[in-house]
Design a protein. Sequence first.
Length: 385
Amino acid sequence: MAKSVASAEESAGYVGAKESAEYVGAGAPDLPVIAFTGGGTAGHVFPGIAVAEELGRRALWIGSPDGVEKRLAEDAGMEFRGIPAGKLRRYFSFRNLSDIARIISGVFAAVRILKKEKPAFLFSKGGFVSVPPVVAARLCGIPAYTHESDFDPGLATRINLMFCEKVLVSFPETVNFLPARFRRKAAVTGNPVRRAMYGADPDRGRRYLGCGPLTQVILVLGGSQGSSFINGLIAACLPRLVPLHFVVHQMGAHDYSTSGLRNYFPAAFFSAELPDIIAAADLVICRSGANTLAELAALGKPSVLIPLPRNGSRGDQLRNAEVFRARGAALVLQEQDATADSLLAMVCPLLADSRRLREMGSRAGSLSAGRPAETIARLITQRLA
């Protein structure tokens, strides 16, 4: 039977970020503040937190007060300032009119914040909320870099690079997607992941889960907000999985429900414990958001990827997944083809083939480019020298 997340955290000894000696906001007080922006999903926040950890300075996050970035930044010990945010759409919608007004309001709000806090630098991790602070930084004469995690740049990055000194990218191929006149601004750094990923402990993860050392662990991630599609798919697979394997399932707050099922550990969201859980996993079933893939690469984990289809995204997850599939690091199951039977037909043979799991994990690890957060922090420090 799955125990509650709260009791599991207590038994495993996890503490909140603000109780940790290394939380981000504890930077040297004599150094100028560094501002960060981005949001909408955890994938636009965790990489920024990773860079802030390496910089070791007072850090301020600018984002939407209604977004996931507020909680995640504050949990990491960062100060947070909220601004109005409007969504950037590539298609016609009457909501674009009101959102343009919110974006303009966001620029003015960000200017006020930057003038008051006087940061030495702004680092953008993308997402629609990042555009007003990046524009505001340009208006205030504050240097800024923007980072793109995906294989090809999103609309926010394409706008931000016009106002930033550099655009940092995760893949060398991404440079070719940039407008020719901006390619000189590009630097390939990889996708930053938090320090905790490099120190993840599979034994600690198994203790947190209450899972024995010999049971294979399947970790299911639907992104920071969960995926109703994946949740339904896994629910249909559980009767055939839990008799032999331990299934860990991040469901998202919207769909989360408790369960008394043996060998099944559902949770709304994993936080400080997630690196150890990934380390403990024998196989990960997940979407193909860039941050998730970067963490799988950092820990060398094999995966079955179910990318968001084009009707639910701009297609970035499809291209991210193809990078991992082409390198032999993952199997890819398209959502339109995904059924309980088709997923089980991929998962069960993999879990029975330890050699193939190790090979896929090794290939995933080869996609991890050193310590990207350190590289980016070094670039920022050099710019400020």
